[in-house]
Design a protein around this ligand. Structure first.
Ligand code: BTN
Length: 252
């Protein structure tokens, strides 16, 4: 199949947030367009948290129009994480995934994915997938409040990577996986691959449901990409909007 993601790549020196800017530009762009910024002044993560990045990070967003039934939308958060983990593993970088969207290495978060839907005429018809990946930072480059939790590929491996080459390889992997998993609705293989990179399968985790913190064991993913937790011997499906913590995070 012809490539979709990366047919057009727009590079800007500065963006407030590539997700926000791509959303604004989407009406004049084809599916698969990518907006990459050297710097973000107001990068965002899940739960509207701010996302730290600098010139040693990759920050970019992809525009998709996937015609996916709404219940499968959570898989759009799972799929880019699998692409990132696969690509890093192909370079002997043993990244792991924490549900729903964290990329981890050496016990620290090195990347994340933010998926946002644009609703038009009552239909979810556009999806913006934003990816942030810390590539070449040293530990001391991160702000103090992230010092204990954030890392980069360099801080874990001591190998500096060519950011442009890495970016283009990630775009290629995203394109391949979009066709292999999403367009072909091959969700079971996507989930299988995600689980193979998961850092907390069968671990005790906590999740906040309606303001209440519950403890359970993470046993897998549902066919639509929700987390399955055993809580008091009941299987409970957890949506990506619930706060989720794995208790062994420091071990990975
Ligand atoms: C998270 O872990 O909470 C998701 C972080 C996603 C950050 C990326 S950087 C590119 C894109 N633009 C944004 O403002 N956010 C995403």
């Amino acid at each position: 199949m012809n490539s979709i993601i990366g047919r057009r790549i727009i590079f800007v020196e500065e963006s407030t947030s590539t997700n926000a800017d791509l959303k604004r530009m989407a009406f004049e762009l084809d599916e698969g367009s990518v907006l990459r910024a050297a710097r973000q002044t107001c990068g965002r993560g899940r739960f509207d948290r701010s996302w730290y990045s600098d010139h040693q990070s990759l920050t970019f967003s992809v525009l998709l129009r996937p015609h996916l039934p709404v219940k499968f939308m959570p898989l759009l958060l799972i799929y880019p994480s699998v692409s990132l983990a696969k690509l890093l593993h192909s370079r002997q970088i043993p990244a792991g995934l924490k549900w729903p969207n964290d990329v981890k290495l050496g016990g620290r978060k090195i990347g994340g994915v933010l998926v946002e839907n644009t609703v038009k005429d009552g239909k979810k018809n556009e999806v913006i997938i934003g990816i942030g990946l810390n590539v070449n930072q040293s530990e001391s480059d991160f702000p103090l409040e992230l010092a204990a939790s954030a890392g980069s590929i360099f801080s874990a491996t001591k190998n500096r990577l060519d950011q442009d080459e890495l970016f283009h390889s990630i775009v290629k992997q995203l394109d391949q996986d979009y066709q292999d998993f999403i367009l072909t609705h091959n969700f079971s293989q996507l989930i299988e691959q995600w689980l193979s990179f998961c850092t907390h399968l069968h671990d005790k985790v906590t999740v906040t449901i309606n303001g209440q913190v519950c403890e359970g064991v993470f046993t897998g993913l549902s066919s639509t990409g929700k987390a399955i937790l055993d809580i008091n011997e009941r299987s409970v499906l957890i949506h990506q909007f619930n706060h989720f913590e794995d208790k062994n995070a420091a071990d990975y």
